[in-house]
Design a protein around this ligand. Structure first.
Ligand SMILES: Nc1ncnc2c1ncn2[C@@H]1O[C@H](COP(=O)(O)OP(=O)(O)OP(=O)(O)O)[C@@H](O)[C@H]1O
Ligand SMILES: [Mg+2]
Length: 378
C-alpha cells in the first residue's frame, strides 16, 4: 500500500494522523487523489484565513529547523515545506506565550492572515504554544531586496527598469495597508530586508502587522510606542509626537534612496560628502547635477528619467513634517508617471542647525550601518 503525506490540504484529524505516521515512504500530492474541484475548494478555504499549526507540525514542516533563511529583530526564519512544491518560510518569534497574550495574538494573526494582495506576503499558518510561537509565510524564492541591492558584485545588479517595478510594487503593497484594507495597518518597519522577491522579482512587502505583535529590543528601537529600524524610522518615531501612517512614507523614501544608489544610505567607507546618500542626493538634485548621480550610481541614459522621478519622490517622502509627505496612493501615481512630482523642498533642513554643514549627531540619528549601529548621541 502506498502511504501518502498530503496534510497541507487535509483535515485537522487527517493531519494529526499523518503526522503520527511520519515514516512515509512516498509522497503523493493530494490533487492526484482528490478531484481538482475539491482541492480548489479546500485551497480557497485555506486562503480565507491562516490555520493553526501545532509545534510538532512546525517541526516536521521545517525538518526540525534544519535550514535557516535568515534572522531579524523578531527571531529566526527557517525554510520549510507544507506539501509538494509548496515551500514556506517559518518565522519563529522570540518571546513567551500566555493565555492573556494568546487572545491578542490570535486577533492580530487573524487580521494579518485575511489580508490578500499581490504585493503583500501571505501568511498561511501560525503556531501559538508555550514552547513555540511561529508564523508560516509563503516562501519567496529570490529572498529579500537588501541581498540584491547591496551585492559586492556590481555585475549581478538588478537593472533600473526592474528596480522601478519593485519600488512601484512595494508602494502598491503599502498603499493597500494604509488606504484599502478593512483594518488600516501601519507597517512601522519598511526597509529592503522586508521587501521580498518572488520568482519573477515581483515585490511583496513582508512583516506587516508584526509591529503590533511583538516587542523587539535588541536591534530595534522602541520609543513612545513607535518602532522601526534606525536609518529608516521617521523622526517622529523618536520624538514625543503622534505616529501616523506617514512614518511608513518616510521609510519608503529612505528605501527609494537605497534603490537609486544601490547602496546602503550610510556608508562610512566613502568620503564625507557621500557618506549619507540622501543628503548627497539632495545636493545633486538642488544643484541640478544629475550627470554626477548618473556616473556615481551607474545610471544609463535610458533610465535617467525614471531614476529622476524616483529621486524626486524619495525627497517628497522624507520631508521632516509628516503632513508634508504624500499619501501612498499619490506616490503610486507619481511612480507610475500618471501624476507630476512636485518640486520637493529640502527635507534635511532640520539637520543643518545654523551652519552649512549637517549636524552630525542629528544625522547619526537617522542612519544605520547594516542595521546594527545605533548612535546613542541622541
Ligand atoms: N517569506 C520568506 N521567504 C523567503 N525568505 C524569507 C522570508 N521571510 C524572511 N526571509 C529571509 O529571512 C531573512 C530574515 O527575515 P526577518 O524578517 O526575520 O529579518 P529582517 O527583515 O532582516 O528584519 P525585521 O525583523 O526587521 O523584519 C530575510 O532577510 C529573508 O532573507
Ligand atoms: Mg523582515
Amino acid at each position: 500500500m502506498v502511504k501518502c503525506k498530503c496534510w497541507a490540504l487535509s483535515t485537522k484529524k487527517d493531519e494529526d494522523k499523518l503526522l503520527e505516521d511520519d515514516d512515509s515512504e512516498q509522497i503523493i500530492p493530494l490533487d492526484q487523489i482528490i478531484p481538482p474541484a475539491i482541492v480548489q475548494f479546500l485551497d480557497d478555504m485555506e486562503r480565507e484565513k491562516p490555520i493553526r499549526f501545532t509545534s510538532q507540525q512546525v517541526r516536521i514542516a521545517t525538518g526540525s529547523f534544519c535550514s535557516i533563511l535568515g534572522s531579524g529583530g523578531f527571531g529566526i526564519v527557517y525554510k520549510g515545506i507544507m506539501s509538494i512544491n509548496k515551500y514556506v518560510a517559518v518565522k519563529v518569534l522570540n518571546g513567551t506565550s500566555n493565555k492573556r497574550i494568546e487572545e491578542q495574538f490570535m486577533a492580530e494573526v487573524s487580521t494579518i492572515g485575511r489580508i490578500h494582495h499581490h504585493n503583500l506576503v501571505r501568511l498561511y499558518r501560525f503556531c501559538f504554544e508555550p514552547s513555540l510561537i511561529a508564523l508560516v509565510y509563503e516562501f519567496m524564492v529570490n529572498g529579500s531586496l537588501d541581498k540584491h541591492l547591496f551585492k559586492a558584485n556590481q555585475g549581478e545588479m538588478i537593472g533600473f527598469d526592474k528596480l522601478h517595478e519593485i519600488a512601484l510594487g512595494t508602494a502598491r503593497g503599502i498603499r493597500y495597508l494604509h488606504e484599502e484594507c478593512a483594518h488600516k495597518i501601519i507597517h512601522h518597519d519598511i526597509k529592503p530586508g522586508n521587501i521580498l522577491l518572488d520568482s519573477n522579482f515581483c515585490a511583496k512587502v513582508a512583516d506587516f502587522g508584526l509591529a503590533k505583535l511583538c516587542n523587539r529590543e535588541k536591534t530595534h528601537i522602541t520609543m513612545t510606542g513607535g518602532r522601526g529600524t534606525p536609518g529608516y524610522a521617521a523622526p517622529e518615531l523618536w520624538m514625543p509626537l503622534l505616529v501616523t501612517h506617514k512614518c511608513d512614507v518616510y521609510s519608503f523614501g529612505m528605501l527609494l534612496f537605497e534603490i537609486i544608489g544601490r547602496r546602503r544610505n550610510m556608508d562610512t567607507t566613502l568620503g564625507d560628502s557621500q557618506q549619507w546618500f540622501p543628503i548627497w542626493a539632495w545636493e545633486i538634485y538642488e544643484k541640478n547635477q544629475l550627470k554626477e548621480l548618473m556616473i556615481d550610481c551607474e545610471i544609463e541614459e535610458k533610465d535617467l528619467e525614471v531614476v529622476e522621478r524616483m529621486l524626486k519622490v524619495a525627497l517628497c517622502c522624507c520631508q521632516y513634517r509628516p503632513e508634508n509627505r504624500p499619501m501612498m496612493s499619490v506616490i503610486v501615481k507619481m511612480l507610475e508617471g500618471l501624476l507630476e512630482v512636485p518640486e520637493p523642498l529640502n527635507p534635511f533642513t532640520h539637520l543643518f542647525s545654523g551652519s552649512n554643514q549637517p549636524n552630525v549627531s542629528a544625522t547619526r540619528m537617522s542612519w544605520n550601518v547594516s542595521g546594527s549601529t545605533w548612535s546613542s548621541s541622541v
